[in-house]
Design a protein around this ligand. Structure first.
Ligand code: SF4
Length: 271
């Protein structure tokens, strides 16, 4: 049996209920509700400390924690938080073949500067061939974004999670980004990946993230200064800079209903 001690935002010490080791049954519904209720007011670093104790530190090929990062605009916030607790945590980057060159350069700089254990997973599709056989005639435009995300992002994420088989994965989603993310819990079971999802900054705002990055002197993605506050792939239909007053996710799949690439949705790869 395990009991984890935490400090919440008010500085009060609280402890989790004891729980038995397991996988999806690790927490009862009541335990999970109590845990998530407590985490609503717990600092992200403490949530990650809890996760490291609860799920085991970095692991590859069966158990332990991994994290995902797009190495996007403010991704270094969650990467920094996680690596303060687990310095060698595997960091999964999904390379769709359509990432900005700046993203790869930024990832390499961060990998070198912070000694990050980045695990880059590539699509098995040739990016040029995939466009031509799927009728995408202009590489700057994606007409069928759901098909492209399914083939080049979700299937790669599914492969990565199957290969790494973590018990849990840390992700940097925030509730104020999309409706689906707002409905998420800080700790929740993800059948799709057969793993727990831990979202330590789910209740943070973009202002909280900015302040954390400033305090720790963390760099933003180089395109952030050009108005790209949420960064995915390079087609203009997938990522564009935003203008003053626009929502921070307005530049993602602009002009469509699409809000997510799908890897943070528990609905399989056919997104
Ligand atoms: S974000 Fe755009 S380019 Fe990237 S996988 Fe999805 S549709 Fe394809």
């Amino acid at each position: 049996m395990v009991r984890v001690v935490l400090s919440n935002r008010e500085g009060n010490t609280v402890s989790s209920p004891p729980y038995a080791a397991g996988q999806s049954e690790r927490f009862s519904t009541d335990e999970l509700r109590e845990l998530n209720g407590r985490f609503e007011k717990t600092e992200p670093l403490e949530i990650i400390r809890w996760a490291a104790e609860a799920f085991g530190a970095a692991g590859v090929g069966g158990g332990g924690l991994v994290m995902t990062s797009s190495f996007g605009a403010d991704s270094m916030c969650t990467v920094h938080l996680a690596t303060r607790v687990i310095p060698d945590i595997p960091i999964v980057l999904i390379n769709t073949g359509y990432l900005f060159a700046e993203t790869i350069r930024f990832m390499e700089e961060m990998r070198s500067r912070f000694n990050l254990n980045v695990r880059e997973y590539h699509t098995h599709n040739d990016p040029i061939v995939w466009l031509s056989v799927n009728g995408e005639t202009d590489p700057r435009v994606r007409n069928n974004r759901d098909a492209c995300c399914a083939a080049n992002k979700n299937s790669v994420m599914d492969r990565a999670m199957k290969e790494l088989s973590p018990t849990a994965w840390i992700r940097g989603v925030r509730g104020d980004q999309t409706e689906d993310r707002a409905k998420s819990e800080i700790v929740q079971w993800f059948p799709r990946y057969n793993a727990w999802a831990v979202s330590p900054i789910l209740r943070w705002t973009s202002r909280d993230v900015f302040q954390y990055m400033k305090k720790h002197d963390l760099p933003h993605h180089p395109l952030w200064e050009k108005g790209y506050v949420s960064i995915g792939c390079n087609p203009a239909t997938c990522t564009r800079p935003i203008t003053a007053g626009e929502d921070e996710r307005a530049g993602r799949w602009a002009g469509s209903d699409k809000k997510e690439c799908g890897i943070n949705l528990d609905m399989g790869s056919n997104i």
